[in-house]
Design a protein around this ligand. Structure first.
Ligand code: AGP
Length: 616
């Protein structure tokens, strides 16, 4: 996934674009570049490395011109090199293009273009599209430059298989940018006498809150004083304006060392926002405004199917446990990337949910489309208003936790856990859950922000534990039932930001193989619930201890752990079983964050990762 920015207006384009690229770097940060158009020629600055490096190492800020495009890359085709950085220029020098997505038939198109005499400087699929547009342009009858430009882009995109969010400039059209999207997000910002294009709102929020979300198959034609939207088939589209509710400071560090740290500590307020207005007046159940299904529809449902990737998939495993526990409705959970090709036999009355913070994860979007193709209703849980998944679903629930900039998901993940628990309540109260049980459940949910605040007070202890354990190279994370997915999440967090190998397992499963890994060099993090599973988990801890494995216990306050069993004991507050996964998540987030910080890792932009994976 990459970040793209375009600007056309009264100010110098380069500084505006570079500022926007800095806010998009969490989408990809292998290389960056900016191109402006002035006096019929392109001014170009691009290189491997971060946006900051581009700003410092070349006169990028000083590029002339009030029309420009910029890009920050997450490599798909071609290595991380200056030549592969975007923007790309056509070999005849007429077109400059930036692209987010994958052109699947780029090899055949490249072969055709080489045959027409076009040359290539990079290994990218994007340069192929750039030359293709130049090819169609030189073939297009010279009626009026603008429409000739537009038609050459249109014709080129009709030959493309794959996904794209693009912005392109032409030397013959000095104050124009053409944009188009298919499978990759693209937003148009309408400012005061200026227009911006961006992959998401964080790049334009400082200049305007007035946006138009382009839909798949749409194109935008920006000029100095106007814009028009059409379909790839050249039909006019009336723009639908939206107002972004995020504020600039939501996408700023505000004194924290990293966005991940800020977003961990934002969770009490973020979870408050996720719940706001979502409890029924009688206080015994949840309510959602956007499900677009009646209670009667929900009564017909006899199965729920959850689709997601990564951390969002972990949240589905918790939702599965809670919906089956409290609503007595069977649940299936699939990796979105697997569901699409598994061809699972499905019942008639299954309700699908996709869970996706970004709302742009291509595997989850493809799974949504597959379920809809089979005639099922699909509801989306997402954090980005107007995202592709949110718009293609039949309804859903926005998370409302504000922009999550850190690549490692934290507040969005606990919000997904919270909303999963609320859905379990909502469906349960349509079935056998009593008024009093529902009311108690609601009170437990309302108490989550304060319980999270209380648990965040453990940060200094987790920081000290992190210092003692940051040098290990292998970890096991172990939990049972609704805490097993939190063990998976803890392992993922540690892997993705500290680059330390970690695995999550059901605690009892550890003796069926992973126990072979145990030594003094392989710590185990146990999530220890009170109640019936307590003694079972203690037995697993003893098996580890007997083999000299270091044990870190994250245990509910009421647990009476045998003395000396754990090398570290972190106490989390007792709570209702529906919210225990949320509370247990806080220490594993803090542990992974402090270990990564201790190791000096780039916590917000870990190597090889991107915030939302819009390539399959
Ligand atoms: C989480 O820490 C990861 N960054 C990643 O697993 C993420 O959860 C996954 O890519 C799904 O993203 P989405 O929620 O935006 O669909």
């Amino acid at each position: 996934m990459c970040g793209i920015v375009g600007y056309i207006g009264k100010q110098k384009a380069a500084p505006v674009i570079l500022e926007g690229l800095k806010r998009l770097e969490y989408r990809g940060y292998d290389s960056a570049g900016v191109a402006t158009l002035v006096d019929g020629r392109f001014e170009l600055a691009k290189k491997a490395g971060r946006v900051e490096g581009l700003i410092l190492s070349t006169p990028a800020q000083r590029l002339p011109g009030t029309t420009g495009i910029g890009h920050t890359r997450w490599a798909t085709h071609g290595g991380v090199t200056d030549a592969n950085a975007h923007p790309h220029l056509s070999s005849d020098g007429r077109m400059a293009l930036i692209h987010n997505g994958v052109i699947e038939n780029y090899a055949s198109l490249k072969k055709f273009l080489v045959g027409k005499g076009y040359t290539f400087k990079s290994e990218t699929d994007t340069e192929v599209l750039c030359n293709l547009i130049a090819y169609h342009y030189q073939k297009e009858p010279a009626t009026s430059e603008g429409s000739r430009f537009m038609e050459s882009v249109r014709k080129s995109l009709r030959h493309v298989d794959g996904t794209y969010g693009i912005a392109v400039m032409c030397t013959d059209c000095p104050a124009e940018i053409i944009a188009a999207r298919k499978g990759s997000p693209l937003i148009l910002g309408v400012g005061d006498g200026e227009y911006m294009l961006a992959s998401d709102v964080s790049a334009i929020i400082s200049r305007t809150q007035n946006v138009v979300y382009l839909k798949d198959g749409e194109m935008a034609h920006l000029t100095a004083g106007n814009f028009a939207i059409t379909t790839l088939g050249a039909e006019d589209v009336s723009p639908v304006f939206d107002t972004v509710t995020w504020r600039v400071e939501d996408a700023e560090l505000n004194g924290y060392a990293h966005f991940m740290e800020k977003e961990i500590f934002e969770q009490p307020d973020a979870l408050e926002n996720s719940m706001r207005g979502r409890f029924a007046e009688d206080g015994s159940t949840a309510q959602f405004g956007g499900l677009n299904l009646t209670a009667v529809d929900f009564r017909q449902i006899d199965r729920v199917h959850l689709l997601a990737c990564g951390s969002a998939w972990h949240s589905c495993l918790v939702a599965e446990y809670l919906i089956e526990r409290f609503a007595r409705v069977p649940v299936d959970v699939d990796y979105a990337s697997e569901f699409r090709y598994r061809n699972t036999p499905l019942g008639r009355n299954t309700l699908f949910f996709t869970i996706s913070q970004s709302g742009e994860t291509i595997d989850t979007l493809a799974a949504l489309r597959e379920a809809k193709r089979k005639g099922y209703k699909v509801l989306a849980v997402s954090n980005v208003v107007g995202s592709t998944i949110a718009r293609e679903a039949d309804g859903g629930v926005y998370q409302h936790v504000g922009p999550e900039i850190g690549v490692a998901s934290t507040k969005a993940f606990t919000s997904q856990l919270l909303l999963g628990a609320m859905l379990a309540l909502y469906i349960g109260r349509m079935r056998d859950m009593s008024f009093s049980d529902g009311s108690a459940y609601v009170q437990a949910l309302k108490g989550v922000p304060n319980l999270v605040r209380q648990t965040l007070l453990l940060a200094p202890q987790l920081k000290a534990v992190a210092r003692r354990y940051a040098h290990f190279h292998d970890f096991l994370f172990l939990g049972r039932l609704s805490l097993f997915p939190i063990a998976l999440e803890g392992a993922l967090k540690l892997k993705e930001i500290s680059y330390i190998h970690a695995e999550g397992y059901p605690a009892a499963e550890m003796k069926h193989g992973p126990i072979a890994l145990i030594s003094e060099q392989c710590p185990s993090v146990f999530l220890v619930p009170s109640g019936e599973m307590f003694h079972k988990v203690v037995s697993s801890m003893q098996e580890i201890k007997a083999r000299k494995g270091p044990v870190i216990a994250i245990a509910a306050e009421g647990c009476d752990l045998p003395a000396g069993l754990a090398d570290e004991v972190v106490r989390i507050p007792e709570c209702h079983e529906a919210v225990l996964p949320i509370i247990a998540t806080i220490p594993v987030q803090l542990l992974s964050y402090y270990i990564a910080a201790e190791l000096g890792r780039d916590v917000d932009k870990p190597r090889n990762l991107a915030k939302s994976v819009t390539v399959e």
